[in-house]
Design a protein around this ligand. Structure first.
Ligand SMILES: Nc1ncnc2c1ncn2[C@@H]1O[C@H](COP(=O)(O)OP(=O)(O)OP(=O)(O)O)[C@@H](O)[C@H]1O
Ligand SMILES: [Mg+2]
Length: 273
């Protein structure tokens, strides 16, 4: 379990550029859950996940992973984080070497490394035939997958993804999400998904945290969130398209998927299915 208690964070304290990024943040992420973090640009999402991953030093409050401080040696391998546009960090000559980079630093055997590379490529839907290719001859979507595979190959217990589908075309985005939330999730990994996209939050998250100006504005299920128009508008977020459709038709209940919206519409207009 990830347990965040009373975390605040200020950038450039004591300078004229001082900026409070987070204020009194507390939440837990239970094992096996998909927790979405959303909020307007600048609301503190990336700062928060970097604190949770132990990449920036806590100055107030605590982050515990499996009951130990995030900075504890035992937690060094617990959290894997995929930054926004992670493909910009690829640098090895081949796809295989890039994905193997982390596991190699762990000092694993060649056989174990090779097994992890194969498994991670499968998990993100990369064809095994691309192993010897240079990451630079791949498409943007494929490069993104290589970068994510490099984190999965570390077999983190907790996986944090910062806008993993930003900039991908709709088909690549859909496939990547299906792979992450199908195969990867099945392996029992706890996922924290940072996303602006309420449709993705609706489809994949068990719970969602809404940040606004560095504070928590809302914690609950996606369905609870989409029923709270005032929270969405305060956070500068739009409900998912299926819920918007229902509102346009004058229906106040909330749908998370097109199928669910269809049932509600048929029921409302008297064509029971
Ligand atoms: N390195 C930094 N130095 C100073 N201020 C920073 C730094 N990084 C972020 N901030 C400020 O902290 C606040 C929170 O930023 P953060 O990047 O966490 O927001 P975010 O929710 O991830 O935004 P986005 O949706 O645009 O990615 C913003 O006001 C930002 O300007
Ligand atoms: Mg960010």
């Amino acid at each position: 379990m990830i347990s965040v208690k009373d975390v605040s964070y200020t950038y450039m304290t004591g300078t004229p550029f001082e900026k409070v990024a987070l204020k009194n943040i507390s939440f837990d992420a239970a094992d096996g859950e998909v927790l979405a973090i959303t909020g307007h640009t600048g609301s503190g999402k990336s700062t928060l996940i970097q604190l949770v991953a132990g990449l920036i030093k806590l100055t107030s409050g605590t982050v515990e992973i499996d009951d130990l401080p995030v900075a504890d040696k035992k937690n060094r391998r617990s959290v894997g984080i995929v930054f926004q546009y992670p493909e910009h960090q690829l640098f090895e000559e081949t796809v295989e070497r890039d994905i193997a980079f982390g596991p190699r630093n762990f000092g694993l055997s060649d056989a174990e490394i090779s097994a992890r590379v194969d498994e991670a490529m499968r998990q993100v839907g990369l064809d095994a035939g691309l192993k010897k290719s240079s990451p630079f001859e791949l498409s943007g979507g494929q490069r993104r997958r290589v970068a994510i595979a490099g984190i999965l190959a570390l077999k983190p217990k907790y996986l944090i993804l910062d806008e993993p589908t930003a900039g991908l075309d709709p088909l690549a985005k859909e496939n990547l999400l299906r792979e992450i939330f199908g195969d990867v999730k099945k392996s029992g990994v706890t996922i924290i998904l940072v996303s602006h996209n309420m449709d993705d939050v609706a489809r994949f998250a068990n719970r969602v945290i809404v940040l606004a100006q560095g504070g928590i504005l809302f914690v609950g299920t996606p369905r609870e969130l989409f029923a709270r128009d005032e929270i969405l508008s305060r956070a500068g977020l739009e409900p998912p398209p299926v819920t918007k459709l229902l509102r346009t038709l004058g229906i106040t209940s909330t749908a998370l998927t097109p199928d669910e919206a269809e049932k509600i519409i048929l029921r409302t207009f008297g064509h029971d299915k």
